[in-house]
Structures are given as C-alpha cells and as structure tokens.
Design a protein around this ligand. Structure first.
Ligand code: PLP
Length: 373
C-alpha cells in the first residue's frame, strides 16, 4: 500500500486495457513466440530518412517548431494534396503536423465532442476511437460491419441521431484490412452531407492498398478532417509524426489545443518526414501484398476469412465463434494473436498482423491452420 494514496480522476475509469493486457501477460510467459500481434512494420526506417533525422539533429533542428509544424513540411503536404486531390486551393488550406495520428485523433475529439455527444464509427474499429470518445465524455456508437466488414449505409444511417457529432472512418482498416471502394466512400459522403456531419478519415494505412488504387473521401467530401501519418508507411512509429487537414475552424482549434498540450510534433522528425515523402515504398508494399496473399490463401478455406485488401491485418472468424478460447489455444501453441473483443463489441474473430518475416508468417499459418482442425 502506497504511503500516498491518490484519487484518480473519474474519467480514467472510462479507459479499459484489460483485453489486450491479458494477451500481453500471457505473451510475457512465452519464451520465443511467433508474434502475429504487432501493429507496426517489420522493416526499418529507410536509410535516407534516418540520415535526414540525424542530420537535422546535427544542424540544430532541436527546438520547438511552430505549433502547426514547420512551413517547409506544411508546404510539401499542400503540394501532395494538390496532386492527389486536385485541390486548386491546396496551399491556402490549413495543415497541422501532429504527434502521430493518435495526436490528431486526440486533438480532433477534444475539439469537437462535448459530454453526451455521439461519435459513430464502424465496428470492428481501432481501439483508440472508443477510448478517446469516452475520455471526452462522449458516447461511442459502433456500427456493426460483420461479416464482410463493408460499410452498410442503412445501418450507418440508423445510428445517426441529432446528438451525432462526427463519423470516423478508417480505410484501409485496422483490424479488418477492409479497403472501401469509391462507391462506398461516395455513399458515406452523401449520408454525411444529408446530416451535415464531419467525417474524420483516418488514412494511416493509405500506402498499404493492394488490389485497387487508394481513394480518399477527402477528394469528394469537403467536410472531411483528414488524418494521415508516417508511422506505418515509413516504419517511423517511434518518431511520433502525422498530419491533419480539414475545415479551417476545426484546424484552428486543434492547433490551439496542440499549443497547450503537445506544443509541436518532434522537430527532427518533421525534417525527416520531408525526406520520407520523397521515398518510394513500392517494394515494401509489394512485399506486404505477398504476405497478405500468404495469409489469405492459408486461412481463406480453413477459417472462412474474407480476403483483406489493405493495411497489414486479417480479421479471422474463430472456430466455434469464441475468439478468446481460440486465442488461448493459439498462445498455448506459441502463436500470439489478439482476440476480436479488443476491437469490437463482439468476440467472434481474432486479429493477426502479418507485419513480420515471411518465415515467421509461414510457421504461424501452419500452426493456426492445424488448430482450425
Ligand atoms: N489509426 C489507426 C487505424 C492505427 O492502427 C494506428 C496505430 O496502430 C493509429 C491511428 C496511430 O498511429 P500513430 O503512430 O500515427 O499515432
């Protein structure tokens, strides 16, 4: 018992890490697990980008930057948006360099969600969405997308009320690997337009899109808060850098909140991010496409997996529909995977990450297909 008991704020009771903690507690007892649980690339930061960061430190880029990020990086982001979305006014739009997409999500939700406000997103979902909404006193409204993980517009429409403040979408999706088609994005945009809703589009996996060119709702719907990052595309997870663009009024408040919280994104990472933007990741993405094929081919028949189109995850139906039971069995057999309940109101699937070596992936697939019986 501590000599100094602390009263913890009530809002902290809204955060619950029990699901994932159980998995990691079990994992800690595994001497040399086949780890298919990790949400980051197995490759390292490109050499040129590492050098840019080292050079940046040596050249004295070690101080606070402007809250919204350096002018040079923001100019590059504007150029990218002009090229990708055809925004003639790209350089006049606001850009905010954030401490990862996580930083952008925190700022966005704190900026936009009042206690009691509802935030709609598709289930299964990235865990942070529900936690950050809860932390703001809001109400997470997950909308079921089982079994094919496509966005169902009628279900989405049914979930919208006059308390709905935003719709969060995430394509390519963590944990399902679903990539939304231009038609699905158009239908979401039309729905959002009808309800005058802001769409927060978390596009952190935009580079990892295997079967179709990536499309962003930002190119068709003005009232989009676009969040992107460098963590996954360039393996810069520890460097904490991402960016946001969207409606002026929202970006202004997010920037003000950043001033009083994160202050700015890491300075040397902002310099290195410019080098990353010039780096061709085609080969890395092609290697991940092959890993996706390995997973889909191995688990497709054995488990009835819906072939994922992007990111580096597969969300696999657990035999008997009991994910926790199957994950326990997998862990007993030295394969670390995550039960679906960590990402969903249901516990019928498990997530595997194929961001690992081909050899480890092959071993993992062999064990899992054996376990499928
Ligand atoms: N959004 C999604 C869907 C993610 O999967 C992750 C990381 O796993 C993040 C955001 C956070 O990424 P960052 O490292 O940029 O904060």
């Amino acid at each position: 018992m501590s000599k100094h008991p602390h009263t913890i704020a009530e809002r902290m009771a809204m955060l619950d890490a029990s699901g994932i903690r159980k998995v990691f507690d079990l994992a800690a007892k595994m001497p040399n697990p086949i780890n298919l649980s990790i949400g980051q690339p197995d490759f390292d930061v490109p050499e040129t980008v590492k050098n840019a960061a080292i050079e940046a430190i040596r050249a004295g880029h070690n101080k606070y930057t402007q809250t919204q990020g350096t002018a040079a990086l923001r100019a590059m982001l504007a150029e990218q948006c002009r090229d990708e979305f055809g925004w003639a006014d790209a350089s006049e739009r606001p850009y905010l360099v954030t401490s990862g997409v996580s930083g952008g999500l925190l700022l966005a939700i704190q900026t936009l969600v009042d206690p009691g406000d509802e935030v709609v997103f598709l289930d299964p979902y990235f865990v942070m969405y529900s936690h950050l909404v809860n932390l703001a006193g809001g109400v997470p409204v997950p909308v079921d997308t089982y079994d094919d993980f496509r966005p169902d517009i009628d279900r989405l429409a049914d979930a919208i009320t006059d308390r709905t403040r935003m719709l969060i979408i995430n394509s390519p999706c963590n944990p399902t690997g679903a990539v939304y088609t231009p038609e699905e994005l158009q239908a979401i945009a039309d729905l959002a337009e009808r309800h005058r809703l802001l769409v927060v589009s978390d596009e952190i996996y935009n580079l990892f899109c295997y079967d179709q060119p990536f499309s962003s709702i930002a190119s068709i719907y003005d009232n989009t808060l676009l969040l992107r990052g460098f963590s996954k595309s360039y393996a810069m997870t520890g460097w904490r850098i991402g960016w946001a663009t969207g409606p002026q009024a929202v970006l202004e408040k997010m920037t003000m909140l950043q001033q009083y919280t994160f202050v700015c994104a890491p300075s040397m990472a902002q310099v290195a991010a410019m080098e990353a933007m010039k780096t061709d990741m085609t080969e890395r993405v092609a290697a991940y496409r092959r890993k996706r094929d390995t997973v889909a081919d191995s688990l497709g028949n054995a488990f009835g997996l819906v072939r994922p189109g992007g990111a580096f995850y597969a969300f696999v139906p657990a035999p008997g529909g009991d994910a926790t039971a199957f994950v326990t069995k997998a862990i007993e057999n030295n394969v670390l995977i995550i039960p679906g309940s960590v990402f969903s109101t249901r516990d019928t699937h498990f997530r595997i990450s194929y961001a690992t070596t081909d050899e480890e992936l092959r071993q993992g697939m062999d064990i899992l297909t054996d376990l499928a019986g």
